[in-house]
Ligand binder design. Structure first.
Ligand SMILES: [Mn+2]
Length: 404
């Protein structure tokens, strides 16, 4: 990320603020072992900083973004154990923000502004009634008691138009994540054999991704053999691969916090059975037909509706259903989602596509009673006059994935 790009993003964000409105973006808390640190994607998007506990504050002053950053102050006795905290100069160099203070100065610097503010946007994140309150919620609760005139709002609506249209640099990161994921998938195609455990294939993927210089995945890999593939969010990857199994992979590396999300299904024996092939051909045909529909102006709703129509016809051809409404037994998710820093990126599920969106398309047919689950998922950039399949190089044609 370069500072010009980050500045541009902050300007666009600040432009949406009115007078007397202020915006807080909290970084993630530090990681607790055994998890690794995962930055809040909104904080990262506007600062480029991979540091915990910091807070970005933005106001609009005379049509310009006034950004302030609050970071942790290093304590020498602690730094012996945990290493040095990011210094102000370093944070400034990465983020392009000049106005940097320590967190213990927040109260002094911000209180006056809050006393006169009317509205305050905060990255509350996704939470639930039963979870303990996060930092953002505690901040809102305490601020409300002291500044009851302020209205608090989640920042999602302000951020959605920015993050859902990808810049060139972002598309590059996604492409890199996809290409490296593809390498891992091709290694799995080559090395998978009946009798192996699903987690052995996971290891092949992880090795390939790590060797390519990427340390993180966008999400927990799904490596599902046979009937496991009919469990949509199967993640235990702990079964032995049977001789004639189809294997469903739903995997994605994450490059600079931008995720790939690819599904492929292949026969471990190197050859589809007639029935597996029939199901696979149906899913592939549907996926291609839906991809062709992509262009600016078309909505996910339409893509979903068409997918259901096509799947219903397929299920009838496969002698699985008689009535249209029975399709739900074999296809129960939606056809795609926005992709970006979050694997299921912000961007509404009923949204209308525009150039610069990156989405996934992933129809599937799942037949638990036959031990078959097929999903084929590609990542697609919406362009001015159509689309570009970013994951088009990862084999999905029958001839490509059968072993001679
Ligand atoms: Mn997906």
């Amino acid at each position: 990320m370069n500072t010009q790009m980050l500045k541009r993003r902050r300007e666009k964000l600040a432009k949406q603020l009115k007078k007397d409105e202020i915006l807080f973006v909290f970084a993630a808390s530090e990681a607790n072992y055994p998890r690794y640190f995962l930055q809040d994607n909104n904080f990262l998007y506007f600062t480029g900083l991979q540091i915990p506990n910091a807070i970005l504050v933005i106001k609009q002053v005379k049509n310009k973004a006034n950004s302030m950053l609050f970071i942790e102050r290093g304590i020498p006795e602690m730094e012996v154990w945990i290493g040095k905290k990011t210094a102000k100069e370093e944070a400034k160099k990465i983020s392009g923000i000049d106005n940097i203070h320590f967190l213990d100065e927040l109260n002094r610097i911000i209180s006056l502004t809050l006393s006169t503010a009317k509205k305050c946007f905060v990255n509350i994140g996704i939470t639930s009634l039963s979870h303990p309150m996060n930092k953002q919620q505690i901040f809102i609760k305490e601020s409300k008691e002291r500044f009851p005139q302020i209205m608090f709002e989640n920042i999602n609506d302000l951020i959605l138009p920015l993050r859902s249209v990808k810049e060139k640099w972002e598309i590059k990161q996604i492409q890199k994540a996809i290409d490296i994921t593809g390498k891992g998938i091709e290694q799995i195609y080559k090395k998978a054999r009946a009798g192996m455990m699903e987690f052995e294939l996971e290891a092949i993927l992880n090795y390939e991704i790590t060797k390519s210089g990427i340390r993180h995945l966008g999400f927990k890999s799904i490596i599902a053999t046979g009937k496991n593939a009919a469990t949509l969010h199967y993640e235990s990857n702990n079964s032995k691969i049977g001789k004639n199994d189809l294997i469903l992979l739903d995997v994605g590396a994450s490059c600079n916090n931008y995720s790939a999300d690819i599904s492929r299904t292949f026969p471990v024996s190197g050859k589809f059975t007639d029935r597996q092939k029939a199901v696979y051909e149906e899913v592939l045909k549907i996926q291609k037909a839906i991809i062709k529909m992509i262009k600016p102006g078309i909505g996910f709703q339409k893509l979903n509706k068409k997918t259901v129509e096509l799947i219903t016809e397929s299920l009838k051809r496969l002698n699985l259903i008689k009535e249209d409404k029975e399709y739900k037994k074999y296809y129960m998710h939606s056809v795609g989602h926005h992709l970006g820093m979050d694997t299921h990126d912000i961007g509404k599920r009923d949204s209308v596509l525009q150039a610069g969106n990156v989405i996934t398309l992933e129809p599937g047919i799942y037949i638990p009673e036959e031990g078959i689950g097929v999903r084929i998922e590609d990542d697609i950039l919406v362009t001015k006059d159509g689309y570009k399949i970013l994951s088009g190089n990862i084999p999905k044609e029958i001839e490509e994935i059968e072993r001679g």
